[in-house]
Design a protein around this ligand. Structure first.
Ligand code: SAM
Length: 246
């Protein structure tokens, strides 16, 4: 039988052997995230004619460098998590390309006091990036399994400023309106009128608009202080459709 002192020695030996491995893994993912940020920065430069800028807000890149994208994708895709491309998350849905997440976030010009609405929680990744920058994020997902697993994932990762619910995001979330910014991460045939209503005067919305078989464009909508709208077409994109019975 092992003596008590031997048990302690064994415990510390295991701890010693396990710790460097864990540190290596964390450092490995940090390296991959740094590399992803470099790829995004390069792509922003080469697409500057669409974006009308050559670099994104540093705060957006800092936020993205903090969120562990590998924990938002199915295990089978984990090794691809820091490639600059969308990945399947089940139920025929995807986690968006990191470059697209970065430019949509940048377009919203988020302040630390902002309250934000996201339509299309998916994996919860975009919500996590927003939560790094804003005071509060509300997010709606229409597929039950995705909604449940994203809410659990965000809770486990310690995001206390994200509230997630199951529902049709076309109608927004009236109880928490108006919002400083709204982000829609599925393509709509038209900008949903309830979302325009729930946007604060002075607020911004980014939304991909266009049918499943048509060219979709990322649109930036700005609500002026007198509640009139201005829209700007940013660049062609490809998103899964906004579904629901509306
Ligand atoms: N933002 C997500 C992320 O970070 O993983 C990716 C979103 S994925 C491209 C689009 C999501 O929108 C899907 O999960 C889809 O089920 C959801 N969706 C589609 N129509 C919706 C609707 N009417 N209301 C809420 N969510 C919707």
């Amino acid at each position: 039988m092992l003596r008590r002192i031997d048990v302690f020695a064994l415990f510390f030996l295991i701890l010693l052997l396990a710790t460097p491995g864990k540190l290596d893994a964390a450092e490995h993912y940090e390296d991959l995230r740094r590399n992803l940020i470099r790829q995004i920065t390069d792509k922003v430069r080469t697409t500057s004619r669409y974006l009308k800028k050559t670099a994104l807000d540093e705060q957006v890149l800092v936020a993205m460098s903090k969120v562990p994208r590998h924990l938002f994708v199915p295990k089978a895709y984990r090794r691809h998590a820091y490639e600059n491309r969308p990945l399947p998350i089940g139920q025929g849905q995807t986690i968006s390309q990191p470059y697209i997440v970065a430019i949509m976030t940048d377009l919203l010009n988020i302040q630390s006091s902002d309250v934000i609405l996201e339509i299309g929680t998916g994996s919860g990744y975009q919500a996590a990036v927003l939560a790094e920058l804003a005071k509060q994020v509300y997010t709606i997902e229409i597929i039950k399994n995705l909604q449940r697993s994203a809410a659990e994932r965000l809770k486990n990762l310690g995001y206390t400023n994200i509230k997630a619910k199951l529902g049709d995001g076309y109608y927004g979330w009236q109880d928490h309106a108006p919002f400083d910014a709204i982000i829609v991460t599925a393509a709509a045939g038209q900008i949903p009128p309830p979302l325009i209503k729930q946007l604060k005067p002075g607020g911004k919305m980014v939304i991909p608009v266009g049918g499943a078989f048509m060219t979709q464009y990322l649109i930036l909508v700005e609500k002026r202080m007198n509640s009139t709208l201005s829209t700007r077409q940013i660049l062609p994109v490809r998103f899964v459709p906004l579904t629901g019975k509306h």
